[in-house]
Design a protein around this ligand. Structure first.
Ligand SMILES: Cc1cc2nc3c(=O)[nH]c(=O)nc-3n(C[C@H](O)[C@H](O)[C@H](O)COP(=O)(O)OP(=O)(O)OC[C@H]3O[C@@H](n4cnc5c(N)ncnc54)[C@H](O)[C@@H]3O)c2cc1C
Length: 370
């Protein structure tokens, strides 16, 4: 699987269904099956577990290429991969051998339900209970806004195993067959088709061998896993910017007012030039961070920086593109209108812009307070 294959897949198997996906808010089964057969669910899983064994940099370029047309499919792939990264990074050998081969071929699709109705940003406020009973834990609670919630049959869940705020949280690998109920898809104006759902856990029994790390490690593992996920997540934003820029240039170089293409007005081409310059800088930053992660470094603050910059550029670029297309930019089947709606979610999912600023600001204090 390379960039060309992923572009071919989008053009051949997805483009014709984009309007239906947007309206129905769900991916048809045949598209999910095609994604599985192409290996899109195991892109960075090592070959020894049946994955494609791609590097992070190769993965980022594929996410970008898909997001130029269809950020929703890129979201599904990204969230699945960020979830299996928890198993790859923090799982035991037994957990890796048990789950990764099925994950790599899409027999198991993952969701990462951390958010609860009362706690999104404030992750340590998780209320879901996991009560020990012999060899098992009994999970009760509700998760929401879970990407892939409608498609997943494997979940990385954070739950409270004691009253301590941070040390009281533990990560579990939960199978759908354990009794997880998906309610949805939630009717958001963004990220339509990403299978976003509320998940109910009622007396869900999970064996202690399915804890990730150790009991009480949940908060620190979740923070690390989420932070590094912000680099691939930013590639979705980069793809959205590229898609919007391309559409805006194509349209404005053809569309004429007062006898000349609107692109020839500086009011039209200067904002596009600014977006192109910012995009170039963010792509270089993305490459640098991917290299750092491939070397085993943990650029957590920088991951917040690129998430903040790329998602805000996606919103800015798509807003400009809609404006440049005038009334046509608002049509229900307009690509830029869809990218505009999807861009907004990028500023909220994976930690809001405010959260990224908090992380960066904390680092500023460490560096410069004196
Ligand atoms: C498309 C999409 C997909 C998602 N997928 C998943 C998923 O797969 N798994 C999952 O667990 N969650 C997912 N989420 C949920 C997402 O992580 C949360 O929406 C996000 O963390 C914000 O939490 P909240 O919605 O509860 O808002 P809140 O935490 O209630 O925050 C509301 C607003 O207040 C701001 N705010 C909060 N505290 C502060 C502060 N101290 N200072 C300044 N501002 C503050 C926030 O930035 C935000 O703007 C998804 C969300 C979206 C939109």
């Amino acid at each position: 699987m390379c960039i060309r294959d992923s572009v071919e897949f989008i053009n051949r198997d997805v483009k014709g269904s984009l309007k239906d996906i947007d309206r129905e808010n769900i991916l048809p089964r045949h598209i999910i099956e095609k994604m599985a057969s192409l290996g899109l669910f195991g892109l960075t899983i090592p070959k020894k577990y049946g994955g494609k064994g791609l590097s992070l940099r190769e993965f980022l370029r594929i996410l970008e290429a898909i997001s130029r047309e269809c950020p929703c499919i890129a979201n599904v792939i990204f969230l699945h991969s960020m979830s299996y990264d928890f198993i790859l990074r923090f799982g035991s050998d037994e957990q890796k051998e048990k789950y990764l081969p099925d994950i790599a071929i899409g027999r198991r699709i993952l969701s990462l339900p951390f958010t609860e109705p009362q706690s999104g940003t404030d992750l340590a406020n998780v209320k879901m209970r996991a009560v020990r009973k012999g060899e098992y834990y009994i999970l009760n609670g509700v998760k929401t806004l879970a990407t892939n919630g409608m498609y997943a049959n494997l979940f990385i869940v954070i739950a409270r195993t004691s009253e301590e705020k941070h040390r009281g949280l533990t990560l579990f690998i939960v199978e759908k067959e354990d009794g997880v109920k998906a309610i949805g898809p939630l009717d958001l104006f963004s990220a339509r088709g990403a299978g976003i759902a509320t998940l109910k856990f009622e007396n869900v029994q999970v064996h202690k061998s399915r804890i990730l790390g150790s009991e009480g490690d949940g908060f620190s593992l979740a923070v690390k896993g989420l932070a590094l996920g912000r680099v691939p997540f930013s590639s979705i934003a980069i793809g959205v910017v590229e898609g919007a820029l391309e559409e805006a240039v194509k349209w404005s170089s053809k569309r004429k007012t007062f006898g000349k293409p609107i692109f020839e007005n500086q009011a039209i081409c200067f904002p596009l030039a600014e977006v192109a310059a910012e995009l170039r800088a963010i792509k270089a930053f993305s490459e640098e961070l991917a290299l750092m992660i491939e070397r085993g470094e943990m650029p957590i603050v920088e991951a917040s920086m690129i998430k903040l910059l790329s998602s805000e550029l996606a919103t800015k670029a798509t807003k400009i593109a809609v404006q440049i297309m005038g009334g046509w930019g608002l049509a229900s089947n307009s690509k830029v209108a869809r990218l505009y709606r999807d861009a907004k979610a990028l500023e909220i999912a994976e930690g809001t812009s405010e959260v990224q600023k908090m992380i960066i600001a904390r680092q500023l204090l460490k560096e410069f307070k004196g």
